[in-house]
Design a protein around this ligand. Structure first.
Ligand SMILES: Cc1ncc(COP(=O)(O)O)c(C=O)c1O
Length: 408
């Protein structure tokens, strides 16, 4: 089959909406347009039933006991804000300390920075060179004032999957609320709030082949019952935790997307990991000084993050971007030219942090597309290195670090 350009390999910034999801959504824009809070007529009942169904679909995907534990929001960013700020406000009397990690997505980090300005103390736990958080380091960071541990499930740049169950267990032992940003993990790998001891879980629809502009926060109701202060006051929707008319078509799409992920996850994981491993082999066996970022096994099946020494990540993207959509960092940071703070947190040099490329695959990618991208990446990196004086010097055996760049 002829390839269709541009090829999308940036599926950790967003995913295309699955046509089955669009089909499920369409009637809710037109004939089924009711307001789910309209309790006194069939339009409202129909909309409410659709929202309930979506809540149940999502609850099944994360192993929640009760669909009422899910609060719909506008997306991952809002869910993370609601979780962390909501706990901070509700439990302030109990303590003012939060434990998180240095590789959280911007939303988590920026919320913590704001809370610090408001008098909270935050411990930012480092990660190991493979991107894993050491659970013992989390344990040591906990104080008697800690009210929340917030650790992302899987990273958006390097795909590293944390030992969430161990962190959940630790949080339980200490009686601390545990939040995880599962935005990248949901629908891709098994997530189980009960088995993993998760109290709050943030997720978003647009990364699981659903529409943009809708997400959810799981809020545990039992053992323990977690309470959060709302960010938005108003009509008291979503049991007072998130007021505002629910976007029914988006919620229906999110629910359907979750249902499909549950059905295809096992097969899709294997298929995408196979394509990803092939791409990785092609690149790493043909390019010298190319390094895999993140944990080689404990990572999302569709993620591949590689640093190419002596080459700027941005230049690789520019060399490829007419035909292939990739990212040199998270979608939110790739508009700046700052090196990736996630790769830097692994202990990589600034040069290698600048040279990282993220390939992320999705449900509709084909083996032909992956072959094409692999070959083109080899060509572009080769061409860029031919133009790189540093690469030339390194090949001549010069120790780049020993060079004195400034004229005296
Ligand atoms: C790990 C992670 N958390 C949170 C978000 C934000 O989600 P949203 O775009 O739905 O606000 C993203 C977005 O890509 C993400 O990758």
């Amino acid at each position: 089959m002829a390839l269709k350009f541009p090829i999308f390999l940036d599926a950790q910034s967003t995913t295309p909406v699955d046509p089955r999801v669009v089909d499920a959504m369409l009637p809710y824009f037109t004939e089924k347009f009711g307001h789910p809070a309209s309790r006194n007529h069939p339009f409202g009942w129909e909309a409410e039933a659709a929202v309930d169904e979506a809540r149940a679909q999502l609850a099944r995907l994360i192993g929640a006991r009760d669909a009422k534990e899910l609060v719909f929001t506008s997306g991952g960013t809002e869910s993370i804000n609601l979780a962390i700020k909501g706990v901070a406000e509700m439990y302030r009397e109990k303590g003012n300390h939060i434990v998180t990690t240095v590789i959280e997505q911007r939303a988590g980090l920026d919320v913590c920075k704001r809370l610090e300005r408001q008098g909270f103390e935050v411990a930012y736990v480092p990660v190991q060179p493979d991107g894993l958080v050491d659970v013992e380091t989390v344990r040591k960071a906990v104080t008697d004032k800690t009210i929340l541990i917030s650790v992302m499930f899987a990273n958006n740049e390097i795909g590293t999957i944390q030992d969430v169950a161990a962190i959940g267990k630790l949080a339980k032992e200490k009686g601390i609320i545990f939040h995880t940003d599962a935005t990248q993990a949901l629908g891709k790998i098994p997530v189980d709030v009960e088995a993993m001891g998760i109290d709050l879980l943030s997720c978003t629809s647009h990364l699981i082949y659903g529409p943009k502009g809708v997400g959810a926060l799981y809020v545990r109701r039992k053992a323990p019952r977690v309470r959060i202060a709302p960010l938005i006051d108003g009509g008291g929707h979503e049991r007072g935790m998130r007021s505002g008319t629910l976007p029914v078509p988006l919620i229906v799409g999110f629910g359907r997307a979750a249902e499909i992920c549950g059905e295809v996850m096992a097969e899709e994981r294997t298929r995408l990991a196979g394509l990803r491993d092939h791409l990785q082999d092609v690149i790493l066996s043909n390019v010298d000084e190319a390094f895999l970022n993140g944990h080689p096994e404990r990572r999302l099946p569709h993620n591949l993050n590689i640093s190419f020494a002596y080459v700027e990540g941005e230049s690789v993207l520019m060399g490829l971007n007419k035909e292939t959509a990739l990212s040199s960092g998270s979608a939110c940071t790739s508009s700046t030219l700052e090196p990736s703070y996630v790769i830097a947190a692994l202990g990589a040099s600034a040069e290698l942090a600048h040279s990282s490329i993220r390939f992320s695959l999705h449900r509709f990618n084909t083996a032909e597309e992956i072959d094409y991208v692999g070959q083109r990446t080899l060509e572009v990196v080769k061409r860029l290195r031919e133009m790189s004086p540093l690469y030339e010097l390194a090949k001549e055996g010069v120790d780049i670090k020993s060079i004195q760049w400034k004229a005296e």
